[in-house]
Design a protein around this ligand. Sequence first.
Ligand code: GDP
Length: 304
Amino acid sequence: MLGRDSALARALSKTRQVFSGRLRSLLSGGHVSSETWESLEELLIEADVGPAIAAELVEALRERVMRGELRGDSLQAALEESMVRVLRAEERRADEEPRLLTVVLVVGVNGSGKTTTVGKLARYYTLRGHKVLIAAADTFRAAAIDQLRIWADRAGVPVVAHQPGADPGAVVYDAIRACRARGHDLLLVDTAGRLHTRYNLMAELRKVAEVARRNVHRAPHEVFLVLDATTGQNGMAQARSFREAVGLTGVILAKLDGTAKGGVAFSIARELGVPVRFVGTGEGLEDLVEFDPAAYVAGLFERR
Ligand code: GDP
């Protein structure tokens, strides 16, 4: 528990440095004025909390202070509470329904950290007692398949792959059969992520999902979007297209350790209505932590 929280706290250190120091000087002294509210809103927006949520958080605090319910020196605690509430609204527990085969689709644009994250997930589920297999359904580039194999080896799980250029649906079909034949209970499907104008990524992803649906009861059971946290609000438009095309059961926020804009988790929860499920905290196999709203918000604030 402690390990998990401190990995999250470390990943949030860049965001915290920007956010927390300024917050403290803003709230020190306990005196609040109209400038305090403006600066607080700006600070939240800079951390990439999203303008609408920032305005809403600040307005709620301001009203409580005006009504005499809240004193200047308890503002930070009140802000923390409301931030946790925004994230909790979309919190969903991991789906632990027992089944013979769980299919997890991993989607995201190239460069987001998708391959790395598939490796980390393979490790994560293996440690939790699953027998994992990976389907290399990004068949576009040979290099992508090779890279996936490297991560699968690190995680100690097998890969089902076809030749570059093969039909991704056929790879998924074979991988499902391999799971059944060899007794694997969790299939991680790595999908393509190229955004070319003359190529319909979303149509391909829908086909892949359809193959899973036709062959495994209620599959895909999870659809995780890997989002590069360093792209901040720009990732939101991307996330919407994936959500529309294949539906999403969760977002994995990769490279959180590389950004001062960790506030994007709030927009994902509120504007996308999809829970953040995991956070990438580094480049290693085990640098993946389950998302926890309270620990996340605590990581944004400096502890005194
Ligand atoms: P893909 O093209 O989406 O499959 O992306 P890759 O998995 O190849 O990752 C792209 C780059 O991001 C690589 O250099 C990874 O090491 C790096 N990366 C992925 N996840 C994380 C993370 O959580 N933290 C950091 N710092 N780097 C990451």
